[in-house]
Design a protein around this ligand. Structure first.
Ligand code: ZN
Length: 307
């Protein structure tokens, strides 16, 4: 049996938040349905932030309600910036909640208007509140700027380890190491994954990688070789961070799935159907440039899906 790698498609959230044009709610739902039809097991469909902060995602509550009404057989995740957002997401019935907590002071203040220490205290409240609820909804904390910051510059491994340790002490169970601005390189990915894991063990959940400098796939491979089995990615490499100047898109889902399946890791994802989802994305956002090598090259005749 091949080993399974879990992909969370974050295009409808990370991808759309800085898109120059807006996708209609109906187009978003059609696109999300096509991503699910391609076999993507987890999809981050939006963000429970105040509508004025990210207008592109202001329809998230409606998207969540309409999708949950169809009883999806995949995991519906949303992002929440604070306790209130997490409570709203929980009450909306989502399956999983992602919460970004910055390692670097500068990104933390710009993105979340608080210090990393304040964020750790906040996560203690969030995890405490979650424990009191009837339904178990996993919370994945994205340790943003874990590999570098466009505002503060260098982020040391020690800083990232310290934040992750603080989060785990506050009750957090799953941490996604996030290269929010895409400055990481493979040797650094190895170093940070090892250092954080030696401090917090299996709470290291996965990697969220951006392709700013073209190393997204190389960084994913480094993580894979370090035993990481969960990745965020974006169809067509959409994405960025409104508070991280210079950040470009996420690692491309199509390319990542191709690499994993070619190497013998199962993802449950069908690449031709991903191309169909890509066409729907283009139909909904015609002005947005789409990245990805595999879609340009086509699937090579030598390709075999992992069995
Ligand atoms: Zn991101």
């Amino acid at each position: 049996m091949s080993e399974y790698v879990s992909i969370c498609e974050v295009g409808p959230r990370d991808g759309l938040q800085i898109a120059k044009t807006r996708m209609t709610t109906d187009d978003k739902i059609a696109w999300i349905d096509s991503l699910a039809a391609a076999g993507i097991p987890e999809i981050e469909v939006g963000s429970f932030v105040p509508p004025r902060v990210i207008p592109q995602l202001s329809d998230t509550p409606e998207i969540v309600a309409r999708i949950l009404a169809k009883n999806p057989c995949w995991v519906l995740q949303v992002l929440a910036p604070n306790l209130r957002g997490a409570q709203n997401a929980y009450n909306a019935g989502v399956h999983k909640i992602a919460m970004p907590i910055s390692v670097s002071e500068g990104h933390s203040k710009a993105n979340l208007n608080r210090t990393p220490a304040d964020s750790i205290a906040m996560m203690r409240d969030v995890m405490g509140w979650m424990k009191e609820q009837d339904r178990h909804v996993p919370v994945i904390v994205g340790a943003s700027t874990a590999f570098g910051c466009s505002i503060d510059g260098v982020v040391t491994t020690r800083q990232t380890v310290a934040l992750c340790k603080g989060l785990v002490d506050a009750g957090v169970e799953h941490i996604m190491l996030a290269d929010t601005v895409g400055y990481a390189h493979p040797a650094q990915v190895r170093e940070v994954v090892r250092a954080v894991r030696s401090e917090i063990g299996p709470a290291v959940y996965g990697l969220h990688l951006h392709d700013t400098c073209g190393l997204g796939i190389a960084n994913a491979l480094a993580g894979l070789e370090e035993g990481i089995r969960a990745f965020d990615s974006c169809l067509a490499g959409l994405g960025g961070c409104p508070y991280a100047p210079g950040a470009s898109g996420n690692v491309v889902t199509e390319d990542l799935v191709f690499m994993l399946e070619s190497m013998g890791f199962t993802t449950g994802i069908d690449i031709p159907k991903l191309f169909e989802a890509r066409a729907l994305l283009h139909a909904g956002l015609p002005a947005e440039p789409l990245s990805g090598q595999l879609p340009k090259a086509g699937i090579p005749p030598t390709f075999r899906k992992a069995a």
